[in-house]
Design a protein around this ligand. Sequence first.
Ligand SMILES: Cc1cc2nc3c(=O)[nH]c(=O)nc-3n(C[C@H](O)[C@H](O)[C@H](O)COP(=O)(O)O)c2cc1C
Ligand SMILES: CC(C)CC(=O)C(=O)O
Length: 359
Amino acid sequence: MTGGHPGHLASEAGRALALVNLRDAETAARQRLDPVYYDYFAGGAQDEVTVAANEAAYRRRSLLPRVLRGCGPPRLETTLLGQATSMPVLMAPTAFHRLAWPEAEVATARAAAAADVVMIAAMLSTVTVEEIAATGAALWFQLYIQPDLAFTESLVRRAEAAGCRALVVTVDSPALGRNERGDRNDFHDLPPGVFCANMGGAGHVRQVVLSPEISWSHVDWLRGITTLPILLKGVLHPADARLAVEHGVDGLVVSNHGGRQLDTTPASLDRLEPVAEAVAGRVPLLLDGGVRRGTDVAKALALGAAAVAIGRPVLWGLAIAGEPGVRRVLDLLRTELANALTLLGVAAPGDLTREQVVS
Ligand SMILES: Cc1cc2nc3c(=O)[nH]c(=O)nc-3n(C[C@H](O)[C@H](O)[C@H](O)COP(=O)(O)O)c2cc1C
Ligand SMILES: CC(C)CC(=O)C(=O)O
């Protein structure tokens, strides 16, 4: 073999190609990131019990392949709430991409567009939703409903005008989770030049309000002001899933916010079946938290998710190499998922069945 291992290349493309899996991406990102920002991205609430539980839940379950089905190469294309995507994997909304890479969410969105996956753009992005949309990526918009409903409505109108195709309302955040890494690092403010671009205007940047006053009446209000599909992100209890359907919600993201809100909540994967039973197929379910392997995606789909979302791995790819880094993360997961489905003996994600996951 001639030439160096791609890891020896200094270029962004070389660094991206050197990644063999999503776990490598965290290791490589950690080497490049300011330790304070690494801690912000990697960390969770308090003892990080839930952060660990999310990944452990995938390890606890086994996959049961079928043989001799002659399926041919699997087809990964999926449609979610009318949105076509190249695979059942979305980018979860994550705040503050400029802490990872100068082009921030624009680089992330370019990777989403190149990979033909949906990016759920965070309300707390460091470039505006209009700039993110200008990349041509398929976007959904994540919203923290603000007590100032006029301001919240203005954000919804901007997301609609920018072409976002769904609203993802985060409901697990009536307060901020207690991130002790941030306390130790004294990381409580964004550095100069980094700000919540969607919250700006009239010369000042609004503080986000994570309000314990937000209730189902706000969901009803939102339902009344927009025709976009509404998903609630952060539902773990079957009773809440039922209420969501009754309130006209179009989809749910089963999520514990990557273990960053209430610590010691169960692994999101462990809540998928109870929530699926409660909604009984009336709305599609997404799942996030701890998805790091194609086999993880397969397990989530077999247990009832229409798709999964990944949070931190996107940030790791971004921190390593910007757009090519994020593309690499998505390519690796796509290749792993295709390989897993082939080995499972299924032709498409929708052909996975419940009994192919055993405990
Ligand atoms: C650094 C970081 C910032 C996040 N910011 C948001 C946010 O602004 N809004 C939101 O709904 N979820 C946010 N999340 C949660 C993610 O959407 C997602 O639920 C979680 O990251 C999934 O777990 P994973 O990182 O293990 O894939 C954030 C997660 C991380 C790691
Ligand atoms: C600033 C926070 C509200 C963003 C977030 O959701 C998170 O860091 O998990």
